[in-house]
Design a protein around this ligand. Structure first.
Ligand code: PLP
Length: 387
């Protein structure tokens, strides 16, 4: 029997032969400049959920270099990597369990939001003098203190401040209907926020940072801006208000793995959900819902192939999807653009969201979290010359 070694592995596939998720930080830079320009106060770059799937450190660094002065995350676990990456900007984390590591937050200069008496007591009891932003519920019944408890929370915070346990540097609220500026819910929230600020002041607090607006209100309603806007979606090109052209920062491409010619009436994929109307060419792409291509978009989604919009046919499977190439087959390896900023006519995150019955936030955070997609980030090089 031969004892020869098995042949050396063939070359690792080149980048054009796998699905690639490209992050364009130049788009983040341009969006940040536009938002900073619109905001009447300062701009906090919200980089939760890994910077909406675009890379939290990359987005944070880019935003800070182009007009943002603060960083924001949901949990403290999202704040540590920013500090570890050397980002020293003011940083707020607003949603944490009552037993979070408040001492570490103080030690790393991470401000924390306080949504109620229990959180305040825990933060005050932790070693160090925590910088806190009191969070008032301005009408979503979600995070933040209920209005009925706000006055007592302000009084307790003032007592903790007197004892040197905390420093109340901010008050925050959040808008639940800002994507529709005509919704009366916005006026109620503005009024409630103004009342909350007044109540805090009457309790002896002097919060220098007062922030209510996220992306949509930053773009549509200066009355919500106060001293700072907290923007996340807008940084990565999503405008929930639909009023302002922002630039998408993700591009998903997948090479054609195989092409087959089929007659009319050919069933395609699981459940035979599609049947070809006429003789055509079908191209196979090795990307599916495990890569967070929304399965709910099956039967509606399209892609850009060699400059033409072509339908994806049949169901989006876990690992593959089929594109109807029509009578013009393409070479194997031809890159198909599934999603991008729309420049060349490729579908955008907004279109995918509409096809899937969701919002673009879910599309981009999903793709950004997809472990199998090869990730590339461009546009960061110009940042090397910046402080
Ligand atoms: C996500 C979030 C933001 C940012 O909202 P965008 O609409 O993405 O700009 C601001 N504030 C809070 C509390 C958030 O959870």
């Amino acid at each position: 029997m031969s004892t020869a070694c098995s042949p050396a592995p063939t070359a690792v596939p080149g980048p054009a032969q796998v699905p690639v998720l490209q992050v364009d930080l130049a788009a983040v830079a341009a969006n940040t400049r536009l938002l900073a320009d619109r905001a009447q106060g300062g701009l906090m770059a919200v980089v939760k959920a890994d910077g909406f799937g675009h890379g939290a450190v990359d987005v944070a660094r880019t935003a800070l270099a182009h007009g943002a002065t603060w960083l924001g995350t949901t949990g403290l676990g999202e704040a540590w990597p920013l500090r570890a990456a050397g980002l020293r900007a003011p940083l707020l984390s607003w949603l944490n369990p009552v037993d979070a590591d408040w001492a570490a937050a103080a030690a790393h200069d991470v401000d924390v939001a306080v949504p109620g008496a229990e959180h305040l007591a825990a933060v005050a009891a932790a070693p160090g003098r925590s910088r806190v932003h009191l969070h008032v519920d301005t009408g979503m019944a979600r995070d933040g203190a209920a209005p009925a408890s706000w006055s007592a929370l302000c009084a307790a915070a003032r007592r903790a401040e007197r004892r040197g346990q905390v420093e109340v540097v901010g008050v925050m609220g959040h808008l639940g209907c800002a994507e529709d500026p005509t919704d009366p819910c916005n006026g109620l929230a503005r009024t409630r926020f103004a009342w909350a600020l007044e109540t805090a002041r009457a309790a002896g607090l002097r919060p220098v940072h007062r922030h209510l607006a996220a992306t949509a209100a930053t773009l549509t309603d200066p009355r919500t801006h106060h001293t700072m806007s907290r923007v996340g979606a807008g940084l990565v090109g999503i405008d929930p208000s639909g009023t302002t052209p922002l630039r998408g920062a993700l591009t998903l491409t997948a090479p054609v793995v195989s092409v087959r010619r089929v007659p009319a009436g050919t069933p395609v994929g699981y459940g035979h959900a599609h049947r070809t109307q006429r003789a055509t060419h079908l191209g196979l792409l090795a990307v599916g819902y495990a890569d967070r291509l929304p399965r709910a978009a099956s039967g509606r989604a399209e892609a850009l192939v060699a400059g033409r919009r072509r339908p994806l046919v049949g169901r989006v499977s876990m690992d593959q999807v089929v594109v109807d190439l029509g009578d013009r087959p393409v070479d194997l390896g031809e890159p198909v653009t599934l999603l991008g900023p729309g420049d060349a006519g490729e579908p955008t995150a907004q279109e995918w969201a509409a096809w899937a019955g969701t919002i673009p936030h879910e599309v981009v955070t999903g793709l950004g979290a997809a472990a199998r997609l090869q990730r590339r980030t461009a546009g960061a090089t110009h940042l090397r010359s910046l402080p």
